[in-house]
Design a protein around this ligand. Structure first.
Ligand code: AHR
Length: 322
């Protein structure tokens, strides 16, 4: 009886090990190792993105070496150098800022380690320094917000004064969300950006900058253009403390469309939220496996996204995943 029990237990363990091994992804005869350098933990978006990357790596059987850069480029450069030293199979990262990547990416190229960009793009002359870029079109997001503003104020003479809460200085989403808006409003002189400052994509940063804007411009502000939900939520707190009604006295335009953003729309405090999906993990893991298998990847993989006005928020919120 004891022998039979042990035999069955042994068979079960063996079967479990076989299943575990069969879901792993391989580079030659060893499991694929991916080094991933994350921006930080500055926003709800980022937290959801980290969960997506970690969960998808596990599901794909990829050995993930995860490093948090705490919003500092020098930390990302260190992490990438350490991945190179560890001879990982693939490096992926979400760059804090757009510029300054040539030296470290040349080191990765010389070490023959493919690099995948995810979420944020970089500004390099030699695009062979990375294989592909997976993520949102931030410029189009900015245009979408601009078009919403044009429609909202089409019957008003203006001036329509915009206070802009920028994301991290030099980052792709901050650069492009600003540029996309400008592209749409530049020919309409009634729109004026009267103040623009970085809140670094954080709630505390958004609140602090908005407190200063409210003191200087008060009721002159018609629109708060926040580059993400966290800063919009911080700005809402600051406006309320200053006796301004967000969503009513001031139109609040935001990005990401997180659950927090939806709740603020339902409360009537954010007027429109331009979607930016953090759920990039599954696409990233597919790309990692394809690169290791020697497949050719498109240089740009764009995420499918939309725009949510506050009128649809209550209906959509139950389906939101982040
Ligand atoms: O790069 C994506 C941006 O970074 C998101 O809009 C923001 O919330 C995050 O921190």
């Amino acid at each position: 009886m004891k022998v039979a029990t042990r035999l069955i237990a042994g068979l079960l363990v063996g079967a479990a090990l076989t299943v575990a091994a069969s879901v792993n992804s391989f580079a030659g005869d060893k499991q694929i190792t991916l080094g991933f350098s994350q921006v930080g933990a500055e926003s709800a978006w980022r937290t959801a993105n980290t969960v997506s990357v970690k969960t998808s790596a596990k599901d794909a059987g990829i050995n993930l070496k995860f490093s948090d850069a705490q919003q500092k480029q020098e930390n990302q450069i260190k992490a990438i150098r350490s991945f190179i030293a560890q001879k990982v199979d693939v490096i992926a990262f979400s760059p804090v800022v757009e510029s300054g990547w040539e030296p470290v990416l040349t080191e990765a190229k010389n070490a023959k380690i493919p690099v995948i960009l995810t979420d944020r793009s970089i500004d390099v002359k030699d695009t062979s320094l990375y294989v592909t870029m997976i993520g949102s079109d931030f410029l189009e997001e900015g245009r979408r917000a601009g078009r919403w503003l044009e429609e909202r104020y089409k019957n008003e003479a203006g001036p329509i004064n915009i206070a802009e809460l920028q994301g991290t200085v030099g980052s792709a989403p901050a650069n492009d969300r600003h540029a996309g808006l400008m592209e749409v409003i530049k020919n309409d002189p009634k729109f004026k950006i009267i103040a623009s400052q970085s809140g670094d994509f954080t709630l505390a940063g958004g609140k602090q900058v908005m407190e200063a804007f409210a003191k200087t411009y008060g009721k002159q502000i018609n629109v708060v253009y926040a580059h993400n939900d966290d800063m919009a939520l911080g700005a809402i707190q600051a406006m309320e403390e200053a006796g301004i009604k967000p969503g009513k006295d001031v139109s609040v335009v935001s990005f990401d469309a997180t659950k927090g953003g939806f709740e603020a729309m339902i409360a009537g405090k954010i007027n429109v939220d331009v979607e930016c999906s953090p759920l990039l993990g599954p696409q990233l893991m597919t790309a990692v496996k394809d690169v290791v298998a020697g497949k050719q990847l498109p240089k740009r993989i764009v995420t499918n996204e939309t725009v949510f006005p506050m009128s649809v928020a209550a209906q959509i919120l139950p389906q939101r995943k982040y």
